[in-house]
Design a protein around this ligand. Structure first.
Ligand code: HEC
Ligand code: HEC
Ligand code: HEC
Ligand code: HEC
Ligand code: HEC
Length: 287
């Protein structure tokens, strides 16, 4: 039988096997690329909306806080999209004739909610909650980017599993003081731009993240200023040390941080963040 196939066909068979293998890989790579492409993840796309609502205008321009509209972001898994009433608070008086706002007025008059197209939408089998992220020092911008500079909303990140895990494996690189969560312009500390943090008595029963107080101005310098303001006319002569430097929230208890690495590890410890291993286990997000 062996004679029917000569040596050259043997080589041919091998070559075609290799070729088939390569094609399988190529298709795999293509599908994988497609799976990650913005076309599938919708990253960066600005979907059609009933009203071209601009975060840039309302946040940067008018100075509105995120919570003014996304009222449940700190206490629920959903940040929430504001009802028409929120828009009407202002637009009953401002831009009342603008064509752009016609859908808002119709919605208000007919009591029919505006139907916004979702920009971020995880599959149902993934559990996500804003509450824990926001209360553990993750800024809106860490996940949504510079919303205050977006004339139209788009997704800054893919929201794919890899993206979640990239942070869960090393949260320290993204943690900031909880007081800075809404600050769109927050930047990581450097030696020119340090951050000072103090920890309140942990036995006092305050929830972990709230017991950490961080400031971006040197608390020692602030202390000196307050002390000199309280000095009576006539100078410091004859006053006890206590009056010259009244007991402020003691500046010595503040620790100075000049890099994200230092600050991040301090916050991981005091916000009681679980280990990367715990945070990467499947049950965290797939319950
Ligand atoms: C005046 C009200 C208002 C304020 C203030 C506001 N938003 Fe929004 N936000 C909306 C509306 C309305 C939508 C839905 C329309 C859209 O996607 O543009 C939205 C959508 C979003 C979305 C996308 C929702 C989705 O479909 O996935 C994100 C993220 C978001 N806002 C973040 C923020 C952040 C961060 C801030 C503060 C810097 C903020 N918003 C301030 C009204 C507001
Ligand atoms: C705190 C008051 C306030 C609220 C709340 C508010 N707006 Fe506005 N909005 C304004 C003002 C002021 C302008 C004019 C801004 C300008 O032209 O500088 C404006 C402008 C607009 C415009 C015109 C385009 C633009 O961005 O300049 C649209 C569309 C709009 N708003 C939609 C909405 C929607 C939808 C909501 C509810 C989710 C809303 N606004 C809530 C004050 C408000
Ligand atoms: C750790 C990342 C992360 C942080 C931090 C974060 N978000 Fe989100 N946000 C998401 C994800 C993921 C979704 C999609 C949720 C879904 O589809 O169930 C989302 C969805 C939203 C939506 C759409 C409506 C909703 O409730 O799902 C709004 C509005 C929003 N975020 C606003 C905010 C605001 C405001 C902040 C800051 C206070 C913030 N987000 C902080 C990841 C984040
Ligand atoms: C920028 C960093 C970051 C990103 C991005 C991020 N997370 Fe988290 N996540 C955290 C931190 C920090 C915690 C708090 C851990 C702790 O307190 O132990 C957390 C906690 C959680 C928890 C635990 C909630 C609980 O109550 O046990 C879930 C679930 C979760 N994240 C899901 C997600 C999903 C899904 C995504 C992606 C869509 C995501 N996270 C993206 C940083 C992040
Ligand atoms: C930090 C949150 C998080 C953790 C931890 C996590 N996943 Fe996921 N997973 C996601 C998200 C978000 C998606 C949806 C991705 C998308 O929409 O593209 C997903 C999707 C999936 C899918 C669907 C296929 C896909 O890739 O889209 C499978 C299967 C899966 N995860 C398995 C696992 C397993 C197994 C583990 C444990 C080793 C795990 N996941 C841990 C967030 C997580």
């Amino acid at each position: 039988m062996a004679q029917i196939f000569d040596r050259s066909s043997n080589a041919l068979a091998r070559a075609s096997l290799v070729l088939a293998g390569l094609m399988v890989i190529a298709i795999g790579v293509t599908l994988d690329q497609l799976q990650r492409s913005p076309w599938v993840t919708r990253q960066g796309q600005r979907p059609e909306q009933p009203v071209p609502f601009s975060h840039k205008h309302h946040v940067q321009g008018l100075g509105l806080q995120c919570q003014y509209c996304h009222v449940t972001v700190e206490k629920s898994s959903y940040a929430g999209i504001p009802p028409t009433k929120t828009c009407i608070n202002c637009h009953a008086q401002i831009w009342t004739n603008a064509q752009l706002l016609e859908p808002v007025r119709t919605s208000w008059a007919t009591n029919q909610s505006l139907v916004w197209t979702r920009v971020h939408d995880l599959p149902d089998f993934v559990y996500f909650s804003h509450e824990i992220h926001v209360n553990k020092g993750l800024g809106c911008a860490a996940c949504h980017g510079r919303v205050d500079q977006m004339p139209l909303m788009y997704a800054q990140n893919t929201l794919q599993m890899e993206w979640c895990l990239d942070c869960h494996r090393n949260p320290a690189k993204n943690l900031r003081p909880t007081s800075q969560v809404y600050n769109m312009a927050w930047e990581k500390p450097t030696s020119d731009r340090p951050v000072w943090c103090s920890v309140a008595d942990e036995k006092s029963g305050v929830p972990t993240a709230q017991s950490v107080d961080c400031v971006t101005r040197d608390p020692a310098a602030a202390g000196v200023q307050v002390a000199s303001l309280e000095l009576p006319a006539g100078g410091t002569k004859g006053l006890t040390a206590d009056v010259v430097a009244p007991r402020l929230p003691t500046p010595v208890s503040y620790q100075k941080f000049t890099s994200q690495d230092e600050l991040g590890h301090f916050l991981v410890q005091h916000y009681k963040i679980r280990t990367p291993r715990d945070l990467s286990s499947c049950e965290v997000c797939h319950r």
